[in-house]
Design a protein around this ligand. Sequence first.
Ligand SMILES: [Zn+2]
Ligand SMILES: [Zn+2]
Length: 293
Amino acid sequence: MSRCLRQPLQPGERCWYIRSVRVCVLSSGSGGNCLWVEAGGTRALIDAGLPLRETKRRCLDAGLRFSELTDIFLTHEHADHCHAAGIFARKLSVRVHATRGTMRALRDPPPPQLRFAVRAGVPVQVGALRVTPVALPHDACEPVAYVFDDGAVRAAIVTDLGCAPPPVVRGLQGLDALFLEMNHDVRMLLDGPYPWSLKQRIRGGRGHLSNLQGAQLLAQVLHGGLRHLTLAHLSEHNNTESLARRAAEKVLQKFGSAAQLCIGSQFGPLDPVQLDPARLLPMRRARQLALFA
Ligand SMILES: [Zn+2]
Ligand SMILES: [Zn+2]
């Protein structure tokens, strides 16, 4: 976005090129995961868990240019994340990026010429966007989170992980926006209708983050520059928006954060979030260890 191209420059005046990243949660939850990320001329989806037609409808609802989609980054092979990746590639000729393990495990892989391998810790540049995969503990072949930045704004989507070991925490420092899993409330999960084996899988180290675990991870990566937080992948049966929101608000309030808080849904898109470069906001010093002691 250019602030001054429409008026001729005066002698000595400088023209600032203002970079920004636009992000939109199109769907979040076990019914399908899909996040729109846009910077410069690059328009990408993180995961393609909705049918193509529904993805297109939601993009148009949210005012996003679906026809200009260029890339898809897959986090892992579970159907709620990759259901439509092959169809997207065949119909729209978009590039599909995934780890080798994820790509091998896809039931409907994209054509070979549209497959691009990524590796945890190794950034890839796609137009204006730099995308860095972060390895996650989850019961899939080679699952990752994604950190993306345009050199000025940095955001991450982190869902489908059973715990957050130090490399994950390190990978999520200095974010302007965070899309973070808060899958379940432990009490609701234990008292709920799922079979015991499934409850154990969800609670396990390669399952999903509870509200409490999500809050603990948030406390470890929160800083004065975090401007936006969306809670993601909430379970329809084992969580409520208010429980997840309360867990996140407790952390934001404790540290005096002014980050905007939203909750992702699988039933419709959220409003797009425009992230322009900004200075760090003042915030009370995080006393992370004291919070959950
Ligand atoms: Zn999932
Ligand atoms: Zn999964």
